[in-house]
Design a protein around this ligand. Structure first.
Ligand code: OOG
Ligand code: MG
Length: 257
């Protein structure tokens, strides 16, 4: 098994929005560690194209998502500049089977490192919190994968957008924020910030812990998407998605061809 070769294939399918069969079909013994190495090697290719890393994402941080994806632990992925939408418009023609998730994004202004951080360590390093939408688009057929497959596929990352307003960390109790998602005006999902590991702050601690195994840290300036508050919702051209973050703001995303 050549990890560089698999990473090149992964990258190609991510760039072209082209479906592929699961890596574990060919390499059933693929480990979680090897899968993270494939992820890293594929993102190195983005960096080589002058598409720098802007942050990290956590995924499968809610029990509901773990159950629906049939995976029983959180995962992380890497976010690069080209994944960040400048305007709230998603061109679905470039993607395979996109789904949208309501999230929060922490902006970190001090290095966070280690397996033993306290919530206050994270807050002291948090410049602000944004409301965010993440678009995921697994490169695997039918959005079906095992844990190593989804890790190698950069945790299904494809696009994300942050709201325009940044909030102070103390603005609200982020675990109590009610989030309601409407598709074409009809409610499709709702949940509370506590769906993310009881409180979104724990997701940033968990990320620091997971990447510390690789001797990596969350660097100043990086954003962290903490993981979906509700189930992801499938979208197609012509759809409008609105997410109401109660007491804060509403984010909207328009789907175009
Ligand atoms: C994995 C990515 C999940 C989240 O916020 O839970 C994710 C997937 O479900 O394809 O981004
Ligand atoms: Mg997500």
């Amino acid at each position: 098994m050549d990890l560089h070769q698999i990473a090149a294939k992964m990258d190609e399918h991510q760039q072209l929005g082209k479906e592929m069969t699961k890596i574990t079909n060919d390499y059933p013994e693929l480990s979680v560690e090897e899968a993270y190495e494939i992820q890293k090697l594929s993102i190195d290719r983005y960096l080589d194209r002058n598409d720098p890393m802007v942050g990290w994402k956590m995924g499968l941080t809610s029990k509901a998502k773990q159950v629906s994806m049939n995976v029983d632990e959180p995962i992380y992925g890497r976010l690069t500049d080209s994944m960040e939408l400048r305007d709230p418009v998603l061109h679905v023609g470039e993607l395979i089977h996109p789904k949208v998730e309501p999230e929060f994004a922490f902006v970190i202004n001090k290095e966070l490192q280690g397996a033993d951080l306290r919530p206050r360590d994270v807050w002291e390093a948090t410049e602000g919190v944004y409301l965010a939408l993440e678009v995921i688009d697994s490169r695997y057929e039918n959005f079906k994968f095992t844990l190593p497959d989804v890790i190698a596929d950069n945790a299904s990352s494809t696009k994300f957008i942050l709201g325009t307003q940044v909030y102070a960390p103390s603005q609200t109790a982020w675990n109590k924020v009610k989030t309601t998602m409407l598709k074409n005006g009809e409610e499709v999902q709702s949940g509370y910030g506590s769906a993310v590991l009881d409180h979104p702050v724990h997701s940033v601690r968990e990320l620091a812990k997971m990447i510390s195994r690789e001797n990596l840290s969350i660097k100043p300036g990086m954003i962290v998407l903490v993981g979906a508050v509700t189930e992801a919702v499938s979208v197609e051209a012509g759809d409008t998605l609105e997410v109401i973050y109660e007491g804060l703001d509403t984010l909207t995303l328009e789907m175009k061809e």
